[in-house]
Design a binder for this molecule. Structure first.
Ligand code: NAP
Length: 157
């Protein structure tokens, strides 16, 4: 099964010029503990934005070309989705915008940190989704650097 995990602004903003927009410590900690020891899947651009492999997790990178340094690089996305969509193993899709869009129709859970602010310089967005198709469990509410945020787990009904 696939779980998408993302931090988004009010307009579903994700990133700008290849980098993250939000740096909320509690969110980064939530991301770390939630994804630890799991397989994580990311697009090549998100991979390029990282300093290296995220430790303790199997780093899978989607690209049309082989990706050096990744634990696994995948060019055949439909085959990967077919292999894991119905598996009991929870695989975390960690971005970015292109990859979230491709995995959203196959997602069982969305772990979303929704931040109550906008980012006018954003150039990458989380896809819109039909909230009526998901149930919502609020995991954590907080405020950091004047930014209110809510971390929720959405589950496909
Ligand atoms: N806020 C958050 O939670 C969050 C999380 C993650 C990322 N981000 C941000 O999102 C932005 C990056 O997102 P993005 O949409 O620009 O890029 P991305 O989704 O990270 O990567 C796109 C790349 O993935 C590969 N790819 C995608 N679909 C493919 C397919 N079907 N087959 C083969 N390869 C495929 C291609 O790589 P090749 O060109 O190598 O073929 C494509 O250029 C950054 O700003 C990042 O900081 C935010």
């Amino acid at each position: 099964m696939f779980s998408l995990i993302a931090a988004i602004g009010k307009n579903r903003e994700l990133g700008s010029r290849g980098q993250l927009l939000f740096h909320i410590k509690e969110d980064l900690q939530f991301f770390k503990t939630t994804t630890m020891h799991h397989k994580i899947v990311m697009g090549r651009k998100t991979w390029d934005s990282l300093p290296g492999k995220l430790p303790g997790r199997t780093n899978i990178v989607v690209s049309r070309y082989p990706v050096e340094g990744a634990d696994l690089s995948i060019s055949d996305l439909p085959a990967f989705i077919a292999e894991y969509a119905t598996s009991d193993e929870e695989i975390f899709v960690i971005g970015g915008g292109t990859i979230y869009t491709e995995f959203l129709p196959h997602a069982k859970h969305l772990y979303l940190t929704e931040i109550a602010t906008t980012a006018p310089d954003a150039d990458t967005f989380f896809p819109s989704f039909d909230r009526s198709q998901f149930s919502r469990q609020i995991i954590q509410k907080g405020k950091e650097n004047d930014l209110d945020f809510i971390i929720s787990k959405y589950t496909k009904k």
